[in-house]
Design a binder for this molecule. Structure first.
Ligand code: SAH
Ligand code: SF4
Ligand code: F3S
Length: 440
């Protein structure tokens, strides 16, 4: 191994980018890179980008602008751009930003270590292929101890082509990783201290794999993962409503390791808008699905994503979205103002007046925030399991996540990172809960 070089990595976007960044750090670790939090100390800066909304994309160019003086002072500093903006605008990034040494798309990360070795010798390099080989099979791993909760990408890409979304273009077609590799990776994570795994995919519940043991969907994969000794909690995201099969709903009722939490983006409550978005389900179908999920697991916490101001959205359409939110009562939800993305079908359509869209977003968020508060307050007095992820700021305090993915601060001087503890919730504040461990 060569002497330690320092890597500064900044990650935008979804959990899949978080997972990819971890894998890139491990792969570059084999070449002697260790991470640093101080960009001025770095020998290499890697920005893992997100293209989902205009604001997310713009962050790359402001980051690169800020790196300029560093690169001028130290021309041997290597600067790389990864992720979905790299995929969508790689060539333009290189043209606009001569300080960038390499651009690598999300399906080519296994080629990053070689690109990093060659970088910094003047020529810019770009790799935004969708290669036939699986990047994860070819990404070397540096085996380091891990925190108790980890992500594991099981599926990538999307074939759904919602009219507003860039993901099918930046991540490519749906591909599921083989069960045997996923089980091996999960066992390896558990061996390194992990107790909770979140299975990730842009359409994770479309997971589909066939091997000698037959056909695998997400439910069967979850059941197999739950057999791994030491793996005590499982989650998955993000799911599409149209891929919520019966066996997956059933797993929420009878698989104890599966957390009572489901992120199920709906985007809108108006059938007209859902059709224009190419979502292929109605509001009534979504509500019926929610009822089936709740029948299987009554205490499940439901979360969602919403887009406000999609082209053509009227006041009545927006009211239908509010009505759906009232009908479901979400534990939490992300909401976004529609952002036209180049190359998507919706980008051709006339936009809603931005002031109107802003006002709607505020009304929607007020309703969602009230529901989130109510869901948190409803936890007070209840018993939950908390997986300790780190020490809190106060002496004797531990911080972790409940089954419902609430952050919980627990006064537990005996507690250690990685403990799964039964806790009684004593108070709720705007962003977290507080609790006391139950005597065994
Ligand atoms: N695969 C997931 C979501 C991926 S993107 C799904 O199908 O639900 C995460 C969220 O970003 C989406 O659910 C959507 O709410 C939001 N989003 C995607 N494209 C957007 C756009 N062009 N403008 C605003 N929000 C968008
Ligand atoms: Fe985008 Fe729709 Fe695919 Fe989700 S299902 S990633 S929103 S195209
Ligand atoms: Fe963003 Fe790409 Fe994820 S566009 S949300 S980083 S798949």
């Amino acid at each position: 191994m060569s002497e330690a070089k320092k890597l500064f990595i900044k990650t935008y976007g979804c959990q899949m980018n978080v997972y990819d960044s971890e894998r890139m750090v491990e792969a570059l670790g084999v070449d002697g890179y260790v991470t640093t939090e101080v960009v001025e100390d770095a020998d290499m800066v890697l920005i893992n980008t997100c293209h989902i909304r205009e604001k997310a994309s713009e962050k790359l160019f402001s980051d690169l602008g800020r790196l300029k003086p560093l690169k001028v002072a130290r021309p041997d500093l290597k600067i790389g751009v990864a992720g979905c903006v790299a995929q969508a605008e790689g060539a333009e990034i290189l043209r606009r930003m001569p300080l960038v040494d390499l651009v690598v798309g999300p399906q080519s990360y296994h080629r990053l270590p070689a690109m990093a070795r060659a970088a910094g010798q003047g020529a810019q390099a770009i790799d935004t292929d969708f290669p036939a080989e699986d990047k994860f099979d070819h990404l070397p791993q540096r085996k380091a101890q891990r925190g108790p909760a980890a992500f594991l990408t099981v599926q990538e890409g999307c074939d759904k082509f919602c009219a507003f979304c860039v993901v099918p273009y930046t991540r490519g077609a749906e591909v599921s990783r083989p069960v045997s590799r996923l089980l091996a990776e999960a066992r390896d994570l558990v061996g390194r201290g992990v107790r909770e795994v979140t299975l990730l995919g842009q359409n994770v519940n479309a997971y589909h794999h066939v091997d000698d043991a037959g056909t695998w969907g997400l439910a069967r994969l979850l059941r197999e993962m739950a057999q791994i000794d030491g793996l005590v909690r499982l989650r998955y995201m993000t799911s599409h409503p149209n891929d919520m099969e019966d066996d997956l709903i059933a797993a929420h009722g009878d698989l104890p390791a599966l957390a009572p939490y489901l992120h199920l983006p709906v985007q809108s409550g108006s059938d007209r808008i859902l059709r224009a978005m190419n979502r292929k389900h109605t509001a009534a179908q979504y509500l019926a699905l929610v009822a089936r999920v709740r029948a299987a697991r009554p205490d499940i916490l439901l979360t969602s994503d919403f887009i406000v101001g999609f082209p053509g959205e009227t006041e009545a359409d927006f009211e239908a979205t509010l009505a759906l939110i009232r009908a479901v009562n979400f534990g939490m939800a992300y909401s976004f103002k529609y952002s036209a993305r180049p190359g998507t079908p919706a980008a051709e359509k006339p936009e809603v007046d931005p002031a109107v869209a802003d006002a709607r977003l505020q009304r929607l968020q007020a309703l969602l925030t009230a529901q989130q508060r109510a869901a948190q307050e409803a936890m007070v007095g209840r018993e939950v399991s908390v997986l300790y992820e780190k020490k809190g700021r106060l002496p004797g305090q531990m911080v972790g996540k409940s089954d419902h993915l609430h952050a919980v601060h627990v006064t537990d001087p005996q507690g250690a990172v990685g403990d799964l503890v039964r806790v009684r919730i004593t108070a709720a504040s705007s962003n977290s809960l507080a609790g006391e461990p139950l005597a065994l």
